[in-house]
Design a protein around this ligand. Sequence first.
Ligand code: URA
Length: 444
Amino acid sequence: MIPAQVIEAKRDGRAISSSRLRDFFSAYLAGEVEEYQMSAFLMAVLFRGMDARELDDLVEIMLGSGASLDLRDLGAARIDKHSTGGVGDKVSIALAPLAAELGVYVPMMSGRGLGHTGGTLDKLEAIPGFRTDLDLGAFRAVLEAVGCAMIGQTAEIAPLDRRLYDLRSVTGTVPAIPLIAASIMSKKLAEGLTGLLLDVKVGSGAFMQSEERALELARVMVGLGAARGVETEALVTAMDRPLGRAVGNTLETAEAFRCLAGGGPDDLRALVVLQAAAMARLGDSGRTEPDAIAAAEAALDDGSALRRMERLVEAQGGDPALVSNPDGFERAPVVRAISADRDGRLARVEPRALGEAVVAMRGGRARLGDTIDPRVGFLLCVEPGDALSHGELLAEVHAADEAAADAGEVALRNAVRWDDEGGPLRPLVSHRVTRSGVETLPAG
Ligand code: URA
C-alpha cells in the first residue's frame, strides 16, 4: 500500500477497498503514514465523502484498533449520550448523574474541544483534582459505585479515533459526515452499551449547519448503532445560539452544577430533562415519556441529582464542595462587564464567533497539545427576545489579561444580532430520529 495512492483515490472520488483502507490506517498507527498524509486523506474525505461500505469499514477499523468494555454483568441498562458538538453545550455534565438517578448506568466517555466547539472533558477538568484519565478498571469501579462515570477516551478505546480526532481538530477536517459518524460511533460501540442517545446539533455554531445535513448525520449514526444491536436514538437540537448563558470551560461547568441544583437557564434545563428522559426510555421501553420527564424534573428539584454529582466528583478525585457552591471556582483575572451600545431587542448571539473567541483567548486549542486556560469565556446576561436599552448589561468577558478581554469584547459585540437580523430561532429540539424514521417534534 502506497499512502499517496490511497489519498489520490479518495481525492478523485474512487472507492477504496476494505483491505486498502485497513492497511492505510494500520500503517498510520504504526507511524508509517505521516500526519501530513493523513491530513490530506481526511481533507479528501471531507470533499468526497465515503460510501456506506467504506464507512462501515472505517467504524470497524476504529473499533478494532482498541479494546471494548464488557459491562453485561452490571445487569441494568447501560446508556450513554453523545453530542456532535456545540457552543455552550454543557448538557453531559448535568445529564450523567441525572440519568443515573432515573435508573440507568451511564458509562460516559467524552472528548475534548474540537475546532470552535467545547468538549466535556475540558469542562470536567476545570474541577480541581477531577481525574478524567481513569483506566478501565477504575472507570468500572466508579460506575458500579455511583451509577455513572465520566472519563476521556482511554488509550485502550478506539486509539485510531483518538489520533484522528486531535488531527481533525486542527486541520479543518471536522465537518464530514462519515468522519463524525465513525468517530462517535466507534467510541460509543466500544463502551458495552445497551442504548445510545445522540444529540445532533444544527445551526451556525454546529458542524452541521443545515437541517438536511443534521438529519443525514443522525440517520447514518442511528443506522450504524442499530446494525450493531445498540438501540440508538438521535435528537436534532438547536445550535444557532449558544446553549445556556455560559461559554468557556469553568463557566459552563458551574452552570451545569446550577442546573443540577434546580436552577440554571431554561433552555439548558429543558434539554437536560428531555435527554435524561430519553435515556431512561432507552433503558426501559415500558417507561412513558411524561413519567420519565416528571422523574427527571423531580430529581433536579429535590437535590438528588446534585448529590449524585457530588459522589461522582469525589469518586473521581475532584472537590465535591464546588458542586453545590459553583461560585467557589477560580475566576479569570479580568472580568469585564459589556453593556449594550444601542437600544433594541436581542435577536441572538452568534455561537461560532463566541466559540472561536474562546479558542483565541486560550480556552480551547489552536494547535495539537496546546494547554488551555479553563477560566476564560463569556457569561451572557440576556436571552434572545430580551429588550435592552443603551448601557444595559449584555455580558461579561472573562479573560487572562486586559488585551485578551479587549479581543473578547470585540468578538462579542460582532456576534450580537439585533431585532430581526438572521431570522427566527430554530426550535430547541426539532426532530427525533430512530430506526423507524424521522419524527418532527412539536415546537415548545
Ligand atoms: N464528537 C466526536 O466525538 N467526534 C467528532 O468527530 C465530532 C464530535
